[in-house]
Design a protein around this ligand. Sequence first.
Ligand SMILES: [Fe+2]
Length: 257
Amino acid sequence: MKQLLHRSTRFLLAGVALLVLLISCATAPQAQTPSPTAQPAAVASPGGELSAYPAQLPPLPYEYGALAKAIDAETMKLHHDRHHASYVNNLNEALKPQSNLQNRSVEALLRDLNSLPEDIRTTVRNNGGGHLNHTIFWQLMSPNGGGQPTGEVAQAITQTFGSFDNFKKEFNEAGGDRFGSGWVWLVRNGQGQLQIVSTPNQDNPIMEGNFPIMGNDVWEHAYYLRYQNRRAEYLNNWWNVVNWQEVNRRFQLAAQQ
Ligand SMILES: [Fe+2]
């Protein structure tokens, strides 16, 4: 009898130990998977993300007439001093009463448009996008630009599109096919691949999770004085001013995403 009691006690103790072990496993802190802490790279410029409030018109990095191989001085003056300036002014007006949004960058606003009050959402989309797109655009052109691509992006273009000539052809077609106003872009997409995309109005590729490496403005205000309705001719000539050094910088930035 004593032996039976002793055996039951041992079983009971073993059961309690097992229970304690199970509970401790269930409540023990789990190994944490490190959360990604890398911030998205600044889309607009080497100086960081673009201030939305106050938004400021950046100076052109060259004279109005410096890109005459593709774009005339009068178009550049109107495009920068009037069109880009109005996106900047409209963005400031929209954000003036929104103190809780004023510390966000243009990129952050565009990546999360649904978090904005409905009555300013479209204004921020159009004018924040316009400010960001044009800030990138001025840097993507240079009086010393044009010719064949150089650096790492040249190799990536050939690998993805077969040849530089084929890339130009596909880029120009996408720009020509954009109905109405918009942009044509070379982006690094979410799968890490180069891709040609077109966006309507002033939408920027970051709104679809793509990083803009290079882009051309196909709004009529970008070419109409010199080319009238001949957008295809403008698209062809634009390659004469592409700043491949800047395209390469942006290509490397995109790879950090
Ligand atoms: Fe424009």
